[in-house]
Design a protein around this ligand. Structure first.
Ligand SMILES: Cc1cc2nc3c(=O)[nH]c(=O)nc-3n(C[C@H](O)[C@H](O)[C@H](O)COP(=O)(O)OP(=O)(O)OC[C@H]3O[C@@H](n4cnc5c(N)ncnc54)[C@H](O)[C@@H]3O)c2cc1C
Length: 244
């Protein structure tokens, strides 16, 4: 079984601050981390490796510094880490991001499970996983909170606000993880010593030319949407009786 786990590097804060002038994220002084839901997707993928012998590949799209979370994934136990990095990918919206990540999954080949987090804490759209499933033309089960195996099939419990649903699905499938799925492990000391060595270049980097994806589907130019304006709504206190 081959599992690809998608992970995004995000600012380490739940309070994303926006530059009011430019409408962009303020990243200065904010350390970056692996997106929390992606850590749950990673933990479950590693459990599939421990219990079912799965091969696990970590995949991230971002600038070169996104390799930090891939080193973390390697030190937690993934078999391979791939960074998608190219100036042409910059400014991608969720559709273009999904298109690029899906092209990488196709290039990896014979993937049984694509595991994403439900949502990234900076962009917050929860669109990339479902979009990837559409590009790959495979079924998707989102908000996964429990996973087990039944022969060749997977038994998946999905959270919904109306109650849980249990599905049986035969791979290939795309799943998105929520935090109830598991408690992520820590990187091992041996893993840290091995995979944080700057002399060792073990992260595979693919750029635009490696993926063979259509230029009209990547980057700012290939995006169907762009953020027109980002702002924090000004809250005002209403004194007196509420208006109805
Ligand atoms: C404040 C803000 C607002 C934005 N609003 C929009 C918007 O309204 N519309 C729009 O199209 N774009 C928007 N973007 C752009 C958006 O950041 C990118 O498209 C981004 O690559 C993915 O969107 P997301 O962060 O919402 O991810 P989500 O869809 O919430 O992420 C779900 C999962 O997909 C996987 N994933 C997402 N990105 C990556 C990656 N780069 N590498 C590997 N795996 C990944 C992870 O597993 C993640 O848990 C916004 C960005 C910011 C910072």
């Amino acid at each position: 079984m081959k599992v690809v786990v998608c992970m995004k590097q995000v600012p380490d804060t739940n309070e994303v601050r926006i530059n009011q002038e430019t409408g962009t994220l303020i990243r200065d002084g904010v350390p970056s981390i692996m997106n929390p839901d992606d850590k749950n997707a990673l933990e479950e993928s590693l459990r599939m490796k421990d219990e079912w012998g799965a091969e696990v590949i970590a995949l991230s799209m971002g600038p070169p510094q996104a390799s930090e979370i891939l080193r973390e994934a390697l030190s937690m136990g993934v078999d391979q880490a791939i960074l998608l990095s190219d100036r042409k990918f910059g400014g991608s919206d969720t559709w273009a991001t999904g298109s690029i990540l899906a092209a990488a999954v196709e290039k990896i080949g014979d993937v049984d499970v694509v595991f994403c987090g439900r949502q990234a804490i900076d962009g917050d759209t929860a669109q990339v996983g479902p979009e990837m499933a559409e590009f790959l033309n495979i079924p998707q089960i989102t908000y996964v909170k429990e996973l087990s195996r039944e022969g060749e099939a997977l038994r998946v419990r999905r959270f919904s606000e109306y109650g849980d649903f249990v599905y049986q699905v035969t791979p290939p499938v795309l799943l998105t993880a929520i935090k109830d799925l598991n408690v992520p492990r820590y990187p091992s000391v041996r893993g840290i010593l091995k995979h944080y060595d700057p002399e060792v270049q073990e992260i595979i980097t693919w750029g635009f030319d490696d993926l063979g994806v259509d230029e009209s589907r990547v980057g700012l130019g290939g995006s169907l949407t762009n953020v027109y304006r980002s702002f924090v709504p000004v809250k005002s206190k209403q004194i007196g009786r509420a208006h109805v």
